[in-house]
Design a protein around this ligand. Structure first.
Ligand code: FAD
Length: 307
């Protein structure tokens, strides 16, 4: 049986999510190929050096620099004729594409897989991770997204061959117009080893700057609760949780975050959790390894000023 891993490129770099997808695929199939949709064949070279891959299939077209979902899903569905599994990392990229591939192939995709029990049985979270459901698929092809925090990330050490496919670009009713990306020198949220995350307790956008200052000091990524995002303290690409990013850093410092289940769903796998909160009964304090029960403003200033 063979598996196709959908590669998400960030520039020409393979995303951490896709590296996790390769490891997940290795638990399902003997032959694992990767699919790269790109505007330049050179962008597939990093994929070919990842361990565990047989062939890297590349579809090159100018349109694929920012492929619309109709185009990407049409191409993937065609390539899937030769594969039993499609495995992708769980990300905005794959959440956009994989369901449409499922519709084209008339199969039910399985999202956010955390554990592979057998070739057709998988564990995935429900109700913000409060329930882990074991699901069995009887579809002829199995499409899934996998949580990057649940699988090791494939590293360099492979030498897969690169095969360029020439497929006709599917018709699309939508066209790419522009991309606005937030630029940051800080570590990327989903792969950072340390995260300083702020909640409604910060009280204002101005005071949320304390989170930035501590993050810079600790070389950490910045995260936020949805309440902080909704209040306009920070943009929603920093949101951690059920409807935000799922993270599992070595250190997660939750500042003024109560720990609603939807937030915990996105960070509960962190190795060490520190809660800075003046309410010791907050759910975040029950989950934390270390609780600093104090006014957060004094605590933040003390840490920022500490040499
Ligand atoms: C469908 C759905 C999806 C959702 N998805 C997400 C998600 O992805 N991510 C997410 O975060 N939320 C999500 N939510 C929202 C979630 O339910 C909570 O409303 C939100 O997480 C609360 O954010 P918070 O902890 O910052 O705010 P609050 O719950 O208001 O907590 C603020 C905390 O700050 C503390 N505090 C206040 N002042 C100070 C001070 N001076 N010093 C010390 N501590 C202080 C308080 O004790 C309190 O614990 C979702 C909700 C729904 C319904």
């Amino acid at each position: 049986m063979s598996a196709l891993v959908l590669i998400e490129l960030i520039g020409s770099e393979v995303s951490a999510n896709s590296r996790a997808a390769i490891t997940a695929a290795s638990q399902l199939a003997d032959t694992i190929d990767a699919l790269v949709l790109t505007n330049a064949v050179d962008n597939a070279s990093q994929t070919s050096s990842l361990a565990g891959l047989g062939t890297v299939k590349v579809i090159v077209n100018e349109e694929l620099e920012h492929a619309c979902v109709e185009v990407a899903s049409g191409l993937i569905a065609e390539v899937m004729a030769s594969y039993k599994y499609l495995v992708a990392g769980s990300s905005t990229y794959s959440k956009n594409i994989v369901p449409r591939v499922g519709a084209l192939l008339d199969v039910q995709p399985i999202s956010d897989v955390c554990e592979i029990k057998s070739k057709n049985t998988f564990v995935r979270p429900l109700y913000a991770g409060n329930i882990m459901a074991t699901v069995e698929s009887s579809d002829s092809k199995i499409l899934m997204t996998v949580r990057s925090t649940s699988f090791e990330h494939s590293q360099d050490g492979g030498s897969a061959s690169i095969e360029e496919l020439s497929l006709t670009m599917p018709e699309s009713q939508s066209t790419f117009v522009s991309l606005q990306e937030s630029q940051s020198e800080r570590p990327e949220l989903t792969t950072a080893a340390r995260i300083v995350s702020g909640g409604r307790g910060l009280g204002s956008k101005e005071d949320f700057a304390l989170i930035d200052q501590l993050a810079d000091k600790l070389d950490a990524a910045v995260g936020a609760s949805r309440a902080a995002v909704d209040a306009g303290f920070i943009t929603n690409d920093y949101q951690v949780g059920q409807t935000g990013k799922v993270v599992a850093p070595k250190l997660y410092i939750a500042v003024g975050i109560s720990g609603a289940i939807q937030h915990l769903a996105g960070m509960k796998d962190s190795e060490v959790i520190v809660a800075i909160n003046n309410d010791p009964d907050a759910p975040m304090c029950r989950m934390a390894d270390l609780i600093w029960k104090t006014d957060l403003f004094g605590a933040m200033q003390e840490m920022i000023d500490h040499n």
